[in-house]
Ligand binder design. Structure first.
Ligand code: PLP
Length: 394
């Protein structure tokens, strides 16, 4: 927000949004590394606890630095309310578990980040919450899976690692038609390239560990929605189970938000060039990149995303070729993380997705030669030369 509180564009909101300046008038956001807060009088403490006077009580509930991060994310996402969390998984688990109770049914797209899939497939049934995993790219599969007790839909788009794109507006429409909620994990798209709330989703979650930090420093997550949903579903759970974000990490993430648009723009431009280069290589069997005309859901990409992606999925012939390529890279590092300033490559079948069965790998298109490349901020020409050299060695 500007000084006059006039509405501003996202790139400006990411620099100024949510700033709470102390009496010292500091330029950069302050780190309020405190557990608690003091009250001048017993009456003031009583009023604060009754909710009759505004202010902070305890950093498990809320903290000024964390609050700045939440406000800035709300401004970017167009959400009314948010709760920042200690990791992306704390955010996903909270958003999902707060939306259902024993006896309810959840439908999720089967192409999910490994830990997200474990929550839906393994944890929820332990508490009497039924779940069905579907191929999310066909709306017919979602419709067929609906039961009288379906209360929640969950998806990630683009998906990890094969960058499938799911029609968020179509799934949101189905959820609305049966009075269920749709939670979208928007990590791969970033808050800049896809707006799930505008597409009809009820709740958006992020691992802020990825592009929002963007420089590989700290874990964080956030859940965003309207005020009514947060008040009714998340508020008490959050206060009493304590997945709270550290003020220091919130500060790091605030600094990350200031440069998010510049980084994501550069990384996406670089990724688009690299995807085209890989597609032209004989040793590369397949390239999946949202933004290329040959993406399997190119029409949905056009409809719901404003940019390509900072990630590329591509297939070498087999595991041997994929491993030799990774080992021959000089600038791109082997790591299972993504969204970093440093370019990172991983072999999902033996790392991030190693816990899935062979059948699940086949369903998801995770082959022995599949690689996921997260494009960083290095000079694109250096990255192209690095990949060119490594492909020759593979
Ligand atoms: C990384 C990631 C998560 C989990 O985030 P953490 O911060 O590592 O807990 C969840 N969903 C997606 C899509 C991710 O990429």
């Amino acid at each position: 927000m500007s000084k006059s509180k006039r509405a501003v564009r996202p790139q400006t909101a990411l620099v100024h949004g949510g700033t709470l300046r102390s009496g010292f008038g500091e330029t950069s956001e302050a780190i309020y590394l405190t557990q608690g807060f003091v009250y001048d009088t017993a009456e003031a403490a009583e009023a604060r606890f009754k909710g009759e006077s505004p202010g902070f009580i305890y950093s498990r509930y809320a903290n000024p630095t964390v609050d700045m991060f939440e406000r800035r994310m709300c401004a970017l996402e167009g959400a009314e309310e948010a709760r920042a969390m200690s990791s992306g998984m704390a955010a996903v688990a909270s958003a999902l578990l707060c939306s259902v109770k024993a006896g309810d049914h959840v439908i999720a797209a089967r192409a999910l980040f490994g830990s997200c899939r474990w929550i839906v497939e393994t944890l929820m049934p332990r508490y009497g919450i039924e779940s069905t995993l579907v191929d999310g790219t066909d709306i017919g599969n979602w419709e067929e899976a609906v039961r009288p007790n379906t209360k929640l839909f969950f998806l990630e788009s683009p998906t990890n690692p094969t960058l499938e794109v799911i029609d968020i507006a179509a799934v949101a429409g189905l959820a609305n038609s049966i009075g269920a909620k749709l939670v979208v994990d928007n990590v791969f798209a970033t808050p800049l390239q896809q707006k799930p709330l505008e597409l009809g989703a009820h709740v958006v979650v992020y691992s802020a560990t990825k592009h929002i930090d963007g420089q590989g420093r700290c874990l964080g997550g956030i859940v965003l929605s309207d005020k009514a949903w947060i008040d009714e579903n998340l508020h008490d759970y959050f206060r009493h189970t304590g997945p709270s974000l550290s003020p220091f990490n919130a500060w790091t993430l605030l600094k990350g938000l200031e440069t998010l648009p510049v980084r994501v723009r550069q990384q996406t431009e670089s990724a688009a060039r690299i995807a085209d280069f890989l597609a032209s290589q004989k040793k590369v069997a397949r390239v999946i990149y949202p933004g290329r005309a040959d993406h399997p859901q190119a029409d949905i990409v056009k409809k719901q995303m404003s940019g390509g992606s900072t990630l590329i999925c591509f297939d070498m012939k087999g595991k041997g070729e994929a491993f030799r390529l990774q080992n021959a890279l000089d600038i791109v590092r082997i790591s299972n993380n993504l969204g970093d300033a440093k370019s990172l490559i991983t072999h999902p079948q033996t790392t991030t997705h190693k816990n899935l069965s062979d059948a699940a790998h086949a369903e998801l298109g995770i082959g022995a030669g599949t690689l996921r490349l997260s494009v960083g901020l290095e000079d694109t020409d250096d990255l192209l030369e690095d990949l060119d050299r490594a492909l020759a060695a593979a």
